[in-house]
Design a protein around this ligand. Structure first.
Ligand code: HEC
Length: 716
């Protein structure tokens, strides 16, 4: 049986060793973690589950499930909502007494993200207790993303909420998405992040009350200022993803996921991620400046021409879709900033994909139970990066200035949130290996190594009899307790090496404790999830990198009928978020919607007619495809994909037909595919014209009735 307490000693660069123990290793896209005063952890998952995790017994309890808009595994081709879901959680400062939690989530029906307060009842999330605190309008179509969603309470009871610019980053060439043309709202962050009268692209700061919230003093615009929202503390954010508050100074830190331009050009600087510091309310500049106040020109998207350059000291929002002030507060520098390439200012941040986040500020406190870092690290900000899988320590000095940055830990599985508990334990949430549908998200507990290793425990099961074998690497005695998960709670059901379990419960755990009180957990699932058989994909030579145009040899194991296997390789650019697979632009989406094509076709899924991606893949090497498919729209017909005919598409003009077919054929860009062959070769797609450095190849093997196999390999 799986042993849950996987211990590893992480060699911290210069300081003492860190003991890292992982818990709850089967989380599904966990988004944010909150530590309760009693040591329990609360975790929200993207698709809607709310969990309580009890580190002392290894228990993981589903305490609620909030209906949300989110990309769901059962519907993995839904064209929107790729970054929606449950976004964040914070516990009320008086949680021990009032059992209140704040959750920020994408509403299941309305186009908004909602901050609500829930009250736990008997340890469970009571959906009926929902008290809506604040709604933030959200567009979901046209591949808009960036919702932020981090929640944090300051020590004086103020709640901070980060919100993203809710803008499509894929149609502005990796510079500022400031397309001011009508109908292009989704590519215009001037309507959101740069708008003083809009809650998106902000850090909001409110004081929750029994019935809602109040505006505390010190926000960016005094209440009553025309064309502004008083909730705004920080404006000018793109995707402020995870934030933290210095427990002593109250200064806030957040990671800002930046745009994609690999190189500077006439339309603006190269993209940078940022770690930001705000000691007071301010404008952090997006979409008018980036990094250390590198300005963007106001580009006219109709002509493609760059216009007036932004003045960081007096930025303006000239958009006709701006409902707020034209003259904005002066832009603030980022605290740390880095592009895809190696950063000249902060080379220690490395290079490649990026997704900056900010964790807690560490203070060395001799009286506290645990100090993760050494005394000389007193007053250090922990920053991390979801893409790079690293944590850094950023030493702070006089005036909260940055003194130096050093790497702390690497090799993490998409670090998603980092929280410090009152006793000094640092909890790290890892999102899992993939972009979506992970089942290997986990929680790591980090404490300074103390020389005593935790025990090791395993369970062997034979019918109803479960036997735990435990040992202590330090050679001491180990005791065992058995815990049974029942619903959202647990029962102690025995002690000693073995137990006969008769009925009830969903999971049985053996908790082994050594003489010094260190524990390890092994678990047995009593209720098997209905699982489909899985495919396995083996790449010859186990490459660590793959280049455009290269040939990849592979074998797929597990499928009964090899002729049904489809293997695909898709290039994923290093954008810091999943580009979401092949999709139509919003114009094409509107056209095919208006012409009723979507009644029978979807981009990636077979419907009445073939998926458009299948059409694109089939015709990719065929120079005559454009003409033939255009003609087929007029005549209709059957027999190419099956018996069902397509009726003649009489509502489509010649010009529209050509536009649509071109867009369909373009869906195959960057894709390679082979079919009907479980062992074979795949030629990776040639380099697309606009490819930057970095990125990855995602190789998938699928067959009906099987769990697909999927792997990602870095692109050369
Ligand atoms: C009533 C259902 C229906 C509608 C509406 C429809 N299609 Fe089709 N489409 C089909 C079917 C069924 C096929 C497969 C025909 C075949 O096997 O030859 C098909 C095939 C196609 C093909 C591939 C043709 C080939 O020979 O490979 C294209 C391209 C296509 N459709 C585009 C469109 C577009 C664009 C629209 C909207 C203007 C549209 N379809 C509307 C049902 C439909």
């Amino acid at each position: 049986m799986r042993t849950l307490a996987c211990l590893s000693l992480l060699a911290a660069a210069s300081a003492a060793e860190i003991e890292s123990t992982s818990f709850a290793e089967t989380l599904r896209d966990p988004m944010e973690i909150a530590v309760a005063p009693d040591g329990d952890l609360y975790v929200v998952e993207r698709e809607g589950r709310v969990l309580r995790v009890r580190p002392s017994t290894g228990g993981v309890f589903e305490i609620g499930n909030i209906p949300v808009t989110a990309l769901k595994q059962a519907e993995s081709n839904s064209p929107w909502a790729r970054e929606d879901g449950i976004l964040g959680i914070a516990l009320d400062p008086a949680f021990a007494k009032n059992q209140r939690v704040f959750i920020y989530y994408s509403h299941a029906k309305e186009m908004l993200n909602r901050l609500s307060r829930f009250t736990l009842k008997d340890g469970k999330l009571d959906l009926a207790s929902e008290k809506v605190i604040l709604d933030v309008a959200s567009d979901r179509r046209d591949r808009v993303c960036h919702h932020g969603g981090s929640l944090a309470f300051s020590k004086d009871g103020l709640l901070f909420i980060t919100t993203g610019d809710n803008t499509n980053p894929f149609e502005s060439g990796g510079v500022a998405p400031i397309d001011d043309r009508d109908g292009r709202d989704h590519v215009n962050a001037m309507r959101s992040a740069g708008n003083t009268n809009d809650l998106r692209g902000k850090v909001l700061r409110i004081r929750p009350t029994e019935d809602g919230y109040e505006i505390p003093a010190g926000n960016l615009f005094p209440p009553g200022t025309p064309k502004t929202r008083p909730e705004i503390y920080v404006m000018g954010c793109r995707n402020p993803f995870r934030m933290s508050i210095d427990p002593k100074t109250g200064t806030i830190y957040w990671g800002e996921v930046g745009p994609d331009a690999g190189d500077p050009g006439p339309k603006g600087p190269r993209g940078h991620d940022e770690v930001n510091q705000a000691k007071k309310a301010g404008n952090f500049g997006w979409p008018f400046v980036i990094a250390d106040n590198k300005p963007y020109p106001i580009v006219d998207f109709a002509s493609g021409k760059p216009g007036a350059m932004t003045d960081p000291a007096a930025p303006k929002n000239p958009s006709k879709h701006n409902t707020g002030l034209t003259d904005l507060p002066p832009a603030q520098n980022a605290f740390i900033w880095y592009p895809y390439a190696e950063s000249p200012e902060f080379p220690v941040m490395g290079k490649g994909g990026r997704n900056a986040m900010a964790g807690p500020v560490f203070y060395y406190e001799p009286g506290r139970k645990y100090n993760l870092l050494a005394k000389e690290d007193d007053f250090t900000l922990l920053t991390y990066d979801w893409m790079r899988g690293n944590i850094w320590k950023a030493k702070l000095g006089d005036g909260e200035k940055l003194v130096k940055i050093e790497p702390l830990i690497g090799g993490l599985k998409h670090p998603m949130d980092l929280e410090m508990a009152a006793d000094g334990t640092v909890w790290l949430l890892e999102y899992g290996t993939d972009w979506y549908f992970n089942k290997d998200g986990r929680i790591r507990r980090m404490r300074p190594a103390d020389g005593n290793k935790p025990p090791v425990v395993k369970i062997a099961s034979s019918g109803n009899v479960h036997t735990a074998t435990a040992s202590d690497p330090d050679g001491g005695e180990v005791s065992i307790e058995w815990w049974l998960t029942e619903g959202a709670g647990e029962l102690k059901v025995g002690s000693g090496p073995s137990i006969t379990h008769v009925s009830g419960g969903s999971e049985l755990r053996a908790v082994a404790t050594d003489a010094k009180g260190k524990t390890a957990v092994a678990r047995v699932a009593l209720v098997q999830e209905q699982a489909l058989p899985a495919l396995a994909l083996e790449l010859s030579g186990k490459p660590s990198q793959l280049g455009f145009g290269e040939e990849l040899a592979f074998a797929v194991k597990g499928a009964a009928d090899a002729s049904k296997v489809v293997v695909r390789a898709r290039y994923i650019p290093p954008t810091g978020h999943d580009a979401g697979g092949p999709q139509f632009s919003s114009e094409i989406e509107k056209l095919v919607t208006a012409k009723q094509c979507l009644a029978c076709h979807q981009v990636e899924k077979t419907s009445v007619g073939p998926s458009y991606l299948d059409v694109a893949m089939k015709n990719r090497a065929d120079a005559g495809a454009l003409e033939r498919l255009r003609a087929k729209l007029k005549t209709g017909g059957a027999g190419v994909w099956g018996e069902v005919p397509m009726p003649p598409q009489t509502a489509v003009t010649d010009a529209e037909g050509e536009t649509i077919i071109r867009a369909i054929l373009a869906l195959s860009e960057g894709m390679s595919e082979t079919r009907g062959s479980a062992a074979g070769k795949l030629a990776l797609a040639p380099k697309p014209a606009n490819a930057g450095s970095g990125g990855a190849w995602e190789i998938t093997a699928e067959a009906p009735g099987f769990i697909p196999a999927k792997t990602r390999i870095a692109a050369k």
